[in-house]
Design a protein around this ligand. Sequence first.
Ligand SMILES: Cc1cn([C@H]2C[C@H](O)[C@@H](COP(=O)(O)OP(=O)(O)O[C@H]3O[C@H](C)C(=O)[C@H](O)[C@H]3O)O2)c(=O)[nH]c1=O
Length: 187
Amino acid sequence: MEIIKTQIPDLLIVKNRFFKDERGFFMEHYNKKQLAEHNIHIAFCQDNLSQSSYGVIRGLHYQLAPHAQTKLVSVIVGRVWDVAVDLRKGSPTFGQWVGIELSDDNKTHFLIPQGFAHGFSVLSETAIFSYKCDQYYNQPAERGIRFDDPALAIDWRIPTDQAIVSPKDKIHPDFAEAEMNFNFISH
Ligand SMILES: Cc1cn([C@H]2C[C@H](O)[C@@H](COP(=O)(O)OP(=O)(O)O[C@H]3O[C@H](C)C(=O)[C@H](O)[C@H]3O)O2)c(=O)[nH]c1=O
């Protein structure tokens, strides 16, 4: 397992080994002990799976503390552009975001700590997105930030004016308005 830092502390790229042979490939998709060897100790409690078509954007979503979720995200089929935004008060990277391509080809995981908003755009015809969370879904604690907030200026790598988004994702406040919700303390 290789852990790669990003320009935002605690937001990490996780590369697991995978073994190819004439049948295909094998990989340990999640290994608690190997993460612990990198001093990453997360008590995941829920696995999620979603399928989306090209042009879908899901996000930007987060849950308020104490229901904020750490997410270990990956793509089982297809390609997505995955984005995490730092919402942690006092963080030197507050309001900054990192984007990464996750795909069935690169078999890469993105470890997104509590206190981040998360979203992704689908770059392939279809994408199956799989991720672990360390807090259960709590709908009353769910909040969002509009994915196309000009202040964030996220490059979703697809034409956002044609993005396929849920009705709720069309009406989230922008970052500045949502900021009053942020109740995450930077570590
Ligand atoms: C997230 C979630 C949703 N649901 C139900 C609620 C709705 O009836 C239905 C679809 O939910 P939603 O439209 O919120 O799904 P996404 O837009 O993929 O939401 C996710 O999108 C971004 C990318 C995230 O990181 C979050 O995990 C999550 O907010 O599943 C559940 O039953 N459990 C859950 O954990």
